[in-house]
Design a protein around this ligand. Structure first.
Ligand code: DX5
Ligand code: ZN
Length: 227
């Protein structure tokens, strides 16, 4: 779909605010506010200080905010090893569990495990990881998360080569029902090009949570708009 064809329209893309940019002192209220603002999913960035150089939160926090919303919980696990923790994240209330292709030796097995737990299976690709890394697991995944920054921190600058990677992934997956999600430096300036390239889910931390709760609705609407 060309960008021009989308001008001025609200495109059918899902917006997944990352609570990494929320006020952690009021996390339940922040999630509720995002739901009321029209967010489609809640993106949960789990970091271990080993796979990525930062630490965030784990299953107890997810379990706690699970009580305040029915929105889809989109867990992005930046942890290695990941296999020993899949069951715990599933039990905490995640709807989709995304693991990094670079995080373990047996991607195919890990993806099968996520589906066996009754969750949508996702695989994430770091900026330097080629799209071909998912070629032989395409029938095992429900979502491919394309990192448009190096994982670990919010507020980084979008890496332009991501667009070409999304385009190639869109060609590779053909008509399979696989979401292409983009994460890192996404804002209302680059979102039209991302959607035109084939993205179906946009993660946004800074751009979604900027200027506080009163601005959340306009932030989410701006990310969804293509004008
Ligand atoms: C980075 C995380 C992202 C990040 C996005 O490791 O996976 O989800 O929070 O934040 P922004 O939108 O601020 O780049
Ligand atoms: Zn993320």
């Amino acid at each position: 779909m060309a960008t021009d064809a989308l001008m001025g329209e609200q495109v059918p893309v899902r917006i997944a605010p990352s609570i990494l940019s929320a006020d952690f002192a009021s996390l339940g209220d922040e999630v509720r506010a995002m739901e009321h603002a029209g967010a489609d999913w809640i993106h949960l960035d789990v970091m271990d200080g080993h796979f990525v150089p930062n630490m965030t939160f784990g299953p107890p926090v997810i379990e706690s905010i699970r009580k305040v919303t029915d929105l889809y919980f989109d867990a992005h696990l930046m942890i290695a090893p990941v296999d020993p923790y899949l069951e715990t994240f599933a039990a905490a209330g995640c709807d989709g569990i995304t693991i990094h292709a670079e995080a373990g030796a047996h991607l195919d097995r890990s993806l099968q495990r996520i589906r066996d737990l009754g969750k949508r299976a996702g695989v994430s690709l770091n900026p330097a990881t080629p799209p071909e890394a998912v070629k032989w697991v395409l029938d095992r995944v429900d979502l491919i998360l394309v990192m448009s920054v190096n994982p670990g921190f919010g507020g980084q600058t979008f890496i332009p080569s991501t667009l070409e990677k999304i385009h190639r992934l869109a060609q590779m997956i053909e008509d399979r029902p696989i979401d292409i999600e983009v994460d890192g430096g996404v804002n209302s300036e680059n979102s039209p090009a991302l959607v035109a390239a084939g993205a179906t889910v946009l993660v946004a931390g800074s751009a979604a949570f900027q200027n506080g709760p009163a601005a959340y609705r306009s932030n989410v609407t701006a990310l969804r708009s293509v004008d």
